[in-house]
Design a protein around this ligand. Structure first.
Ligand SMILES: [Zn+2]
Length: 352
């Protein structure tokens, strides 16, 4: 194991453990950097102090991706390690330090030192399990496209007491445009993109993995199964809106506002097609002749499937067969996992 400084100034940890003669090489990937804690007061325990609460461990990055580093090390120990009976394959290891901040250090290092990464199989262990205690192999990931939509209606702000009513409000126009991206059930609706894909992996329920983040009275949105919606259908999210914040807002009709819109792209849809469809949809949804500019930020196509990389025994072979069959009969993968990245990493054309 050693430290390598990447061109963006961060450090990557790389390692190599040769296996038996002729054995394939497996590259293990993870990252150790984490998102900033942001509002310290919103944390119930200190963000950078790993703290046990009700049998679970909490801390910034405990799951993404420190938990995955622990998983790698535990698996390597179980396999025997250099001091035990030895690994059955040649191993390469990389833990990067620039994934969350999105500065691309590792991408720049790969062409400079390709020998560090050459392998027969790559395991990107930066995804989660479908449910607590259920080991999950992620064989494909949704793609992603992000745009910034700017809506202009007036040359300048106007007083809402004097002109409110007839004056075209840019914020109201943006609200209408954004609302057109979902139907009344909450399904994502982008003209030209199929929104009725189904996932045939045996999970047809409406239970959310881990069941967290939603007060009891708030219902799930969409009409498919949770698996359909997570893995087989486009999903839109408004990541941010630039308009006056409540504190300091005045009696003004807005002239120009903007929003960042993110669209997760399921397997079977090309990200560039999705970007075109989203751009056309946003432009054509403008009410009152409002001027709409759509600036593309990123487009990364769905990845996978990787069924051949799964183990050939027990559940691995079964799931690999099922994945391959699904692809050949429907022309698209439906055994996929949701991407977990933050908007910070979206500019790097990377899905996980
Ligand atoms: Zn991660």
């Amino acid at each position: 194991m050693r430290r390598v400084t990447t061109p963006d100034g961060t450090d990557a940890v790389v390692g190599h453990a040769p296996g038996p003669e002729g054995a394939p090489t497996v590259l293990l990937y993870c990252h150790y950097d984490v998102q900033p804690p942001l509002d310290d007061a919103a944390w119930r325990t200190p963000p950078f102090e790993l703290t046990e609460r009700d049998g679970r461990w909490y801390g910034r990055g405990a799951a993404d991706c420190k938990g995955n580093i622990a998983m790698h090390l535990t698996a390597l120990r179980a396999l025997g390690g250099p001091e035990g009976r030895g690994f059955p394959v040649s191993l390469k290891f990389v833990a990067e330090g620039s994934e969350e901040q999105g500065t691309g250090g590792l991408e720049q290092l790969v062409p400079l030192q390709p020998e560090l990464f050459a392998a027969d199989t790559l395991l990107v262990c930066d995804t989660g399990n479908f449910a607590l205690g259920l080991p999950t192999a992620t064989t494909s990931l949704r793609g992603l496209t992000n745009v910034v939509v700017t809506v202009s209606t007036l040359k300048g702000e106007m007083h809402s007491g004097m002109f409110g009513g007839p004056a075209p409000d840019a914020l109201a126009a943006l609200v209408r445009i954004l609302d057109s991206l979902r139907d009344e059930h909450g399904n994502t609706v982008v003209k030209g993109l199929p929104g009725d894909g189904s996932w045939e992996g045996g999970l047809s329920g409406r239970a959310v993995p881990h069941g967290r983040g939603r007060p009891r009275r708030v219902s799930l949105v969409g009409t498919g199964s949770v698996a359909d919606e997570l893995w087989a259908r486009p999903a839109v999210t408004v990541l941010g809106i630039d308009c006056p914040p409540v504190v300091g807002s005045s009696a003004a009709i807005q002239a120009r506002v903007r929003a960042r819109v993110s669209l997760r792209v399921p397997p079977g849809i090309d990200a560039d097609d999705a970007l075109r469809a989203l751009t056309d949809h946003l432009a054509s949804a403008a009410p009152w002749g409002a001027r709409v500019e759509v600036e593309p930020e990123s487009a990364a196509s769905p990845s996978g499937p990787a069924p051949t990389a799964l183990p050939t025994g027990h559940w691995g072979r079964r799931s690999a067969r099922r994945t391959a069959r699904t692809w050949s009969s429907r022309g698209r993968a439906v055994r996929s996992r949701c991407a977990t990245c933050s908007p910070h990493t979206s500019r790097r054309r990377r899905s996980p």
